[in-house]
Write a protein that binds this ligand. Structure first.
Ligand code: SF4
Ligand code: SF4
Length: 515
């Protein structure tokens, strides 16, 4: 957009793109000699984090013989371990794990079990170089998963290697050495060590923190969205989708996903490569990639009625919709993951899939019978639950399998994703006399579990907006609710449903019932 927030025309947007990507190849112009690729494995790696600032000041970071684990590795690669200040042998080396985060369970930024293993490995270098060498590892968290535990145990047995949990209180120059003091050690005593060299652990920062790396020609920008809520890691950061990014066909591997060892990165690269192959194969067959792999439908637009409102292009979580100069959506079927968010967003209701449409779910809503006074002296209430098929609906299944009770007055209609819920279904349900509608989907926010990243978040926004519309119709906004549930929290679902039912029952029946 320009300085007034107005969208740029195609030429100006291109000029802006070139300005942003100065010095890089203009990928918006197809190179006739270039090669086309169907998928990309992004393994752009990491850089060591910078150990600087007030929080590290007590660790003597300005002293020449206080270095990071990364700098230590470079010294080790050249030969024996020596001090940077005078090139003399460094036989007594202190390794500080969890710098600046002494008592904090979250540990320091961009760390992982790899940083613990690096400390153990580098202590080993000291012992290998000098028969009388001593390595001290002061840690808050020593993480050695799986077989690495054997390495940890072998280092515990090693003469000349001393390890303790503890908080480093001070690192200062003392004569031609460095004095390190620590408290709260495993032995309960304070510790004072005279060292030749101090090594401070630094985290592995994904390169996506500094630069979007991928330089995409998406209307939503050249990088991934939402990296800032995941510490700038490029992965989707959702446990079900390792390697997947929010950009279809781009799979992250290695330290760009989380701090990891070379061995783990190699395994990771295999996983990402398999996903990339799967992506090409699926696209060639006209099918969606994960999570709706195999789905052969795609969003179809009835363009004659499109008002160019751009809601679909803005809300598509995967950037699958571009728009032309007028704002008419231009679909990229191979980027599309068939979440239906565009269908939920479209106020004109002109987006459909061959097996999932406004009418198909609308017909299910209409088929829900609303008890009336014709059949009952006191007709029971009727509630509609639009429930996400990915986690919430299987959770409801588990509620049934575990024979847990909930209100019998609720009727459930599974949907692809809460993002695909069009507010017309809610309005129709209330208009036909149902007393309340609840949307049940996956968690969103930092620890989101939405299979389509944004679906439940968008649904909550839409529910809030519909609340205003209900108030204008003299209907209580509590009649439409939004709830999140994780698949392993199925036991909470009856409570969520019953609480909603009770709240609406307290309001009384829908006044539109029977009209
Ligand atoms: S179905 Fe989902 S991924 Fe595909 S265009 Fe619509 S919003 Fe985008
Ligand atoms: S949301 Fe519907 S009306 Fe708006 S631009 Fe997209 S297709 Fe057109």
């Amino acid at each position: 957009v320009d300085e007034n927030g107005k969208e740029l025309n195609v030429e100006d947007a291109h000029a802006k793109y070139l300005e942003y990507n100065e010095g890089r190849k203009d990928i918006l112009v197809l190179d006739p000699d270039g090669e086309l690729y169907g998928a990309v494995v992004l393994a752009a790696g990491w850089r060591p984090s910078k150990i600087e600032g007030e929080q590290y000041a007590h660790l003597g970071i300005d002293l020449p013989d206080v270095i990071t684990n990364d700098e230590f590795e470079k010294i080790a690669a050249k030969g024996n371990i020596i001090r940077p200040s005078d090139g003399k042998e460094a036989k007594n080396v202190v390794f500080i794990q969890s710098p600046g985060k002494d008592e904090d369970d979250a540990d320091f930024e961009y760390t992982g079990s790899v940083t613990s293993q690096v400390a153990l490995k580098q202590a080993r270098y000291v012992r290998d170089d000098y028969a009388d060498g001593k390595a001290y590892i002061i840690y808050q968290h020593m993480r050695t998963p799986g077989l690495q535990e054997y390495f940890y145990k072998s280092m515990q047995q090693e003469d000349g290697v001393f390890m303790t949990k503890g908080a480093v209180t001070e690192v200062v120059q003392q004569g031609n050495g460095i004095a390190v003091t620590a408290k709260n050690t495993l032995l309960g005593e304070n510790l004072a060590i005279k060292a030749d060299l101090v090594v401070v652990a630094s985290g592995m920062v994904p390169v996506t923190k500094d630069d979007p790396i991928i330089n995409l020609a998406y209307r939503q920008g050249p990088g991934f969205r939402d990296n800032d809520i995941f510490g700038q890691y490029a992965d989707s950061n959702y446990i079900c989708f390792p390697y997947e990014t929010q950009r279809t066909g781009i799979y992250a591997a290695g330290a760009i996903r989380r701090a990891m060892t070379i061995e783990e990165s190699m395994e990771d690269a295999t996983g990402a490569a398999l996903k990339a192959i799967q992506c090409i194969e699926s696209s060639n067959r006209g099918m969606a990639v994960h999570p709706r792999s195999g789905d052969m439908t795609y969003p179809d637009f009835f363009f004659q009625r499109c008002t160019q409102c751009k809601r679909c292009t803005v809300e598509c979580p995967f950037g699958a919709l571009d728009d032309d100069e007028k704002g008419t959506p231009k679909a990229n079927p191979t980027r599309c993951r068939r979440c239906g968010t565009c269908m939920g967003a479209c106020p004109e209701r002109i987006i459909t899939f061959s097996d999932y449409t406004i009418d198909s779910i609308g017909s299910q809503v209409k088929a829900v019978s609303v008890p009336s006074e014709d059949d009952y002296d006191e007709p029971p209430f009727r509630f509609l639950a639009l429930i996400c098929e990915n986690d919430a609906f299987p959770a409801l299944d588990m509620v049934g399998m575990n024979r847990m009770d909930y209100s019998p007055n609720v009727r459930f209609i599974p949907v692809r994703c809460l993002g695909s819920v069009n507010t017309i279904w809610i309005k129709d349900a209330l208009a036909q006399g149902m007393d309340g509608v609840i949307l049940i989907g996956c968690k969103h926010g930092d620890d989101y579990q939405c299979h389509f990243m944004k679906g439940s978040e968008l649904a909550e926004v839409r529910v809030k907006k519909i609340g205003d519309a209900l108030t204008s119709l003299a209907l209580e906004e509590e009649r439409v609710a939004f709830a999140e549930v994780a698949i392993d929290e199925y036991d909470k679902l009856p409570g969520i449903i019953n609480a909603f039912v009770e709240e609406v029952e307290d309001l009384g029946p829908n006044p539109f019932k029977g009209f």
